[in-house]
Design a protein around this ligand. Structure first.
Ligand SMILES: Cc1cc2nc3c(=O)[nH]c(=O)nc-3n(C[C@H](O)[C@H](O)[C@H](O)COP(=O)(O)OP(=O)(O)OC[C@H]3O[C@@H](n4cnc5c(N)ncnc54)[C@H](O)[C@@H]3O)c2cc1C
Length: 117
């Protein structure tokens, strides 16, 4: 039986899901899709299973509500949110102009990554 995820594994997995959902979010989302994505992100603040992280997240969501207008805006918002956490933890900031390359398109060398979805 594997161990439950610690704060690091939980964080990496959550960022992977959040950035990937943002990268594959529509360029022209319907109102229903916008509400649905906003609800998903707000629920993270309510249910993220690390109390300290969730507390910080709720404060940041109040200060910087998610921009669900399109994939680029949502990806940039998620990148800035992640950078706030990076800075708080003493980690380097990520260059937000590279979010699509990191989470959707991959490096220019086509063979560098296995084909996915
Ligand atoms: C909402 C949330 C709040 C958190 N709060 C805390 C906390 O209060 N205390 C705590 O100890 N941990 C917290 N974490 C966990 C923390 O952010 C990291 O996930 C964890 O420390 C593991 O870090 P890592 O160095 O493996 O890379 P991660 O920070 O998990 O990043 C994974 C990958 O994302 C990419 N990346 C990095 N920055 C960005 C960015 N800005 N935009 C796009 N891609 C990026 C990089 O390629 C990186 O390898 C939180 C996680 C989440 C999801």
């Amino acid at each position: 039986m594997p161990c439950p995820p610690d704060i690091l594994e939980l964080g990496r997995s959550t960022w992977t899901l959040l950035h990937s959902m943002a990268a594959y979010y529509p360029d022209h989302p319907t109102l229903q899709q916008q509400h649905s994505m906003t609800g998903f992100i707000l629920a993270l603040g309510d249910f993220y299973p690390c109390q300290e992280c969730a507390g910080h997240l709720r404060k940041e969501l109040q200060r910087h509500p998610p921009d669900v207008s399109n994939a680029a805006a949502l990806s940039d918002w998620a990148c800035r949110l992640h950078n706030l956490v990076n800075v708080r933890l003493g980690k380097p900031e990520f260059d937000c102009s590279k979010v699509f390359q990191r989470w959707r398109d991959g490096p220019e060398d086509d063979d560098a990554c296995p084909t996915g979805h």
